[in-house]
Design a protein around this ligand. Structure first.
Ligand SMILES: [Fe+2]
Length: 211
């Protein structure tokens, strides 16, 4: 079993119905073993075409989504939620800033224009040398990602976004003034999906996946 198959297997094992209630170590270690070459990318590679963000779907099941975002230097994933989800984000190459917020209300259905209270959990700069950044339903469940250079990261989300199960992705803007320091109370306004953010599908050309 190659490293990507191991990641898929570890993720399904952890999150399938009746999955083992252990921690995330198996997933984390499988993610950390993957290199850009393993997923079919060259370190420093920008997304194809003009778009600032490429999206490579690796695996989609009722239990999880495994995908890769390929960001051009300067690209931003707007502030967005992961309602009632667990997520692990591992940088494959490049350097990104992640602003993580804790916003319990983001687990519910939200209306455009609504303001919610949040706490800024952390502002972190991550490279391939760092452990995965982790999202849980109660911690760091809203975040913004900003590529300081051409970057790619692997994303594991469980369960997947699903509008019918009230797990829609909501977008926000931070309308608070003041310094972005960890622990600060912030107010986030729910906004429509930003028009200047879209992704370009890219082919997965990495390690073979099990049929
Ligand atoms: Fe995210």
């Amino acid at each position: 079993m190659n490293s990507m198959q191991r990641l898929i297997s570890q993720t399904v094992k952890r999150f399938s119905a009746g999955g083992e209630a252990h921690g995330l170590d198996g997933i984390r270690s499988a993610m950390c073993s993957l290199t850009p070459r393993d997923v079919g990318l060259l370190a420093g590679q920008p997304p194809i075409r003009r778009e600032s963000c490429g999206y490579i779907g690796v695996d989609d099941s009722p239990f999880c989504t495994i995908c890769i975002f390929v960001l051009k230097e300067g690209a931003k994933l707007p502030i967005h939620s992961h309602p009632a989800m667990t997520g692990l984000l591992k940088v494959l190459y490049g350097r990104v800033i992640i602003n993580s917020y804790q916003a319990p209300c983001a687990n519910k259905t939200l209306a455009i224009g609504q303001n919610i209270r949040a706490t800024l959990d952390s502002v972190s700069t991550l490279t391939a040398d760092n452990e995965p950044s982790i999202v849980t339903p109660t911690t760091a469940n809203v975040h913004e990602i900003h590529a300081l250079e051409n970057s790619a990261f692997l994303d594991v989300l469980a369960p997947p976004y699903n509008d019918e199960d009230d797990r829609s992705c909501a977008y926000f803007r931070d309308i608070s003034l003041g310094a972005m320091v960890a622990g600060a109370a912030r107010t986030l306004e729910v906004i429509p999906p930003p028009r200047d953010f879209w992704t370009q599908p890219m082919e997965y050309e990495g390690l073979p996946l099990a049929p």
